[in-house]
Design a protein around this ligand. Structure first.
Ligand SMILES: *Cc1c(COP(=O)(O)O)cnc(C)c1O
Length: 426
């Protein structure tokens, strides 16, 4: 079995180690806390607070409305979008930061069915996976209901078989939020195209964690989250991407996305009566972006850009796989009787998180583990979820986390009543 010493040695040769110093983890470290929930809310970069102070005091306080021009607020969403684009295989000018992931799903579904509907109006179905993230499904169901479509849900292994001539859009989350299962974007996109359908990819658990090649894999639309592996802070704005062949066609046909707001207008400050969509991805902007949150997101995204000098997203992915493998090996050695692996064992089909199931104690075990200073989370009905963020998770953190998990299980302390009460956010 891997020893704690082995893990310390792996940290000593970790080329991404300098980036951990860029996060405000001192207090966590001083209290012996181990954070394995960066897949839900990324940690705070050190540079975020001074940057936010500057945005609030300097740009807003002193610059006031002039800062839209002088501090570059009006182009910030596109600028941060370009930086995110580099992480997911999009070219400059193709990706915007806007709204939340949920809202962006609505917008790209609308754009997708507009295009498909023009060419093949008989396609009236949106296909997705039964275990997709609920918000994605709620939005798709709402969209379908309002537009006379039907949402068809199947198990992951039946997706390709379900792609028939009734499907307009295949909407999937690349890495599943519960199991960490990662779809093969290239194969599924090709299958969708062969069947005459478009693809919408949710990259919430992928961006900043695994390499994504939207353009190379010929995806159609994508959305994703800013507060997970991009470390943008709670409720950070999300992003939206469309393949340029689609935005070019939307330009030609003057098609809109369904939430056409003033900042997605070609000339918002003309204040004209008629809506004329801005060219390219800019039409996917709806209203005014949250500048303070956007500035915080840029700080998180900049750390991923800095990782480029240490090997970039490939080095991040490599370390993520190694951290996850060490976690699986240690849990299966020390807690095998109680916990069953839910995530794929094969790294190529796994994102940057590892989940284990416990038949009855999932929630309480996570609470007891938090009491011992290891922060993971619980996903109903029975899943203990642990996220690995290679920018700041160390191998020794993994070792210590499993050590405490083994302690929680061996002592049975999780059965204590104080771990039973459910908080609003699990
Ligand atoms: C985190 C996440 C979201 C979050 O959506 P919000 O609109 O930001 O609340 C959506 N979809 C998936 C798959 C996610 O993992």
């Amino acid at each position: 079995m891997l020893t704690r010493e082995d893990c310390l040695q792996r940290d000593a040769i970790d080329r991404l180690a300098p980036l951990r110093l860029e996060f405000a983890l001192d207090e966590l470290d001083a209290r012996g806390l181990i954070y394995l929930d960066g897949n839900s809310l990324g940690a705070l970069p050190r540079r975020t607070l001074p940057r936010i102070c500057e945005v609030v005091q300097g740009e807003w306080g002193r610059g006031l409305i002039g800062s839209w021009n002088t501090a570059g607020w009006i182009t910030l969403a596109a600028r941060v979008g370009d930086k995110i684009g580099r992480l997911v295989g999009a070219d400059t000018g193709e990706l915007m930061v806007a709204d939340s992931t949920s809202i962006n799903i609505y917008k790209v579904l609308g754009a997708g069915v507009t295009i498909v509907g023009h060419d093949s109006p008989a396609r009236r179905r949106i296909l997705s996976e039964r275990l997709n993230f609920p918000s994605d499904l709620y939005i798709a169901e709402t969209f379908a209901r309002e537009h006379g479509f039907e949402l068809t849900l199947v198990d992951a292994e039946n997706l390709i078989a379900a792609l028939d001539d009734r499907i307009a859009v295949l909407m999937l989350t690349h890495v599943n939020y519960r199991t960490g299962y990662m779809h093969d974007m290239q194969t599924l996109t090709r299958a969708a195209h062969d069947a005459g359908a478009m693809t919408v990819w949710d990259l919430s658990h992928s961006a900043g964690a695994v390499p994504v090649a939207l353009k190379a894999h010929d995806a159609d639309f994508a959305v994703g989250c800013g507060y997970k592996y991009l470390n943008g802070g709670p409720g950070a704005p999300a992003f939206v991407w469309a393949h340029p062949r689609h935005t070019a066609r939307m330009d030609r046909e003057r098609w809109r996305q369904p939430l056409a707001g003033w900042l997605g207008h070609a000339a918002p400050f003309d204040f004209v009566e008629d809506y004329r969509p801005a060219p390219g991805i800019a039409r996917f902007t709806c209203g005014t972006p949250p500048i303070i949150s956007l500035a915080a997101l840029e700080c998180g995204v900049d750390l991923l850009a800095e990782a480029e000098k240490y090997g970039g997203i490939d080095a991040i992915r490599q370390k993520s796989i190694e951290l996850s493998n060490v976690f699986i090996e240690l849990v299966e050695t020390r807690c095998a009787k109680e916990l069953a692996l839910v995530s794929p064992r094969e790294p190529s089909t796994r994102g940057s998180q590892v989940c284990f199931a416990h038949p009855t104690g999932g929630y309480r075990i996570v609470q007891a583990l938090i009491a011992r200073g290891v922060i993971g989370d619980f996903r109903a009905p029975d899943i203990l979820r642990f996220g690995f963020t290679p920018l700041y998770t160390r191998f020794v953190d993994v070792w210590d986390a499993v050590d405490r998990l083994a302690g929680v299980l061996a002592t049975g302390e999780w059965r204590d009543a104080r771990f039973a009460g459910r908080a609003a956010v699990t």
